[in-house]
Ligand binder design. Structure first.
Ligand SMILES: NC(=O)c1ccc[n+]([C@@H]2O[C@H](COP(=O)([O-])OP(=O)(O)OC[C@H]3O[C@@H](n4cnc5c(N)ncnc54)[C@H](OP(=O)(O)O)[C@@H]3O)[C@@H](O)[C@H]2O)c1
Length: 321
């Protein structure tokens, strides 16, 4: 089978497309023919081994898994003799943030792992674009007590996490103000944001308005810049560690001091997030934002693009051929 392979951490140029043996499922596993996968920001971290902390899971000196890829949507081609919950022919999707070797035509995954039947009436592309970032968005928002009518500002509405978060918040009837660049204002409005701020025309941190929460989905701002935007008791959540990893320190100290605080969201339970998103997709309340599609042969280009920080939502790798 065709797969994207590398044997050391480094830039996308280290990846090559090669022929490797098709994996054979163990008794507890399923074999999936992958039809779509993505290149996402988690893949970039697994590819480069940066931030270094990721190597505790993916291999200290070199990657444990030579094939890249963390998510997939495809069809089950074989099941191990112990598998009873999934059958041949089922359409499935899955995600694992430390790697699944899904940048390949086939993969094996434990039937009890982070794999679910695909949401009804969804394409492989849309299903796989609803995995990685949507999982993080669900987990970031899980860390706060949200209810209808509250006000949340999402910085980075065009990002994969930001665009997912806007839709999750709107499904909870929260009032959303989203921040993005000029070319994408209409796209972000279409996701349901109540108000969209163009960051090239206006500095959102200077708004004369307060929010229950600020979600910095692209990690480009800081708690100190956003503090004045928070209502008393409000919280700042970022997808990044912040300058000098300050968000970890602030998440430990600001709740003790009281008042406005930082929450550092550690994502957990991927399968649970996938179930939340699956339900929303089936209810017509979640439509992943999708950017470019690349063939597997151009996966290094896809990594370059995703690493540039300019993608709009999700970048798909089409493995249908
Ligand atoms: N904590 C975790 O567990 C975790 C997991 C995965 C990812 N991450 C991190 O989360 C961040 C977001 O990931 P993602 O995949 O959602 O990002 P992404 O899709 O790569 O975000 C790119 C988008 O961000 C926008 N953007 C860039 N600078 C901006 C700014 N100053 N203000 C507003 N928008 C801006 C870009 O739009 P323009 O071109 O208009 O600037 C682009 O559309 C990344 O930094 C990633 O490393 C964290």
């Amino acid at each position: 089978m065709k797969a994207a392979i590398r044997y050391q951490y480094g830039p996308p140029q280290l990846l090559s497309i090669g022929e490797v043996p098709q994996p054979v499922p163990e008794a507890h596993e399923i074999l999936v023919r992958v039809y779509a996968t993505t290149v996402n920001r988690t893949d970039c971290a697994v590819l480069t081994g940066w931030p270094l902390a990721i190597r505790a899971f993916t291999g200290l000196n070199k990657p444990k898994l030579p094939i890249t890829g963390t998510d997939f949507a495809g069809q089950v081609e074989a099941v191990g003799q112990e598998v009873s919950n999934i059958k041949i022919g089922d359409k499935v999707w899955g995600f694992n943030d430390i790697g699944l070797e899904s940048h390949a035509q086939y993969l094996c995954i434990a039937a009890s792992g982070n794999v679910l039947a695909m949401p009804k009436n969804t394409s492989y592309e849309a299903a796989v674009a609803s995995a990685e970032a949507a999982h993080y968005a669900v987990n970031f928002l899980n860390k706060i007590k949200l209810h209808a009518g509250q006000k949340v500002l999402v910085n980075g509405g065009t990002g994969a996490i930001g665009s997912a978060a806007i839709q999750l918040l709107k499904a909870m009837d929260v009032q959303v103000t989203a921040v993005c660049g000029t070319p994408h204002l209409a796209k972000i409005q279409a996701l349901g944001a109540d108000r969209v701020i163009d960051y090239t025309a206006e500095d959102f941190t200077q708004l004369n308005e307060q929010f229950d929460f600020v979600l910095d989905a692209v990690g480009k701002s800081t708690f100190f810049k956003c503090k004045r935007l928070l209502k008393p008791g409000g919280a700042y959540i970022s997808s990044e560690l912040g300058p000098g990893w300050q968000n970890i320190f602030l998440a430990l100290t600001t709740p003790i001091i009281g008042g406005k605080k930082v929450i550092f969201p550690i994502p957990t339970d991927i399968k649970k997030s996938m179930l939340v998103v699956k339900e929303l997709i089936e209810a017509g309340k979640f439509h992943p934002l999708m950017d470019r599609t690349y063939p597997l042969e151009k996966i290094s280009e896809a990594f370059e693009y995703v690493g540039s920080g300019q993608k709009i939502g999700n970048v798909i790798i089409d493995l249908a051929d």
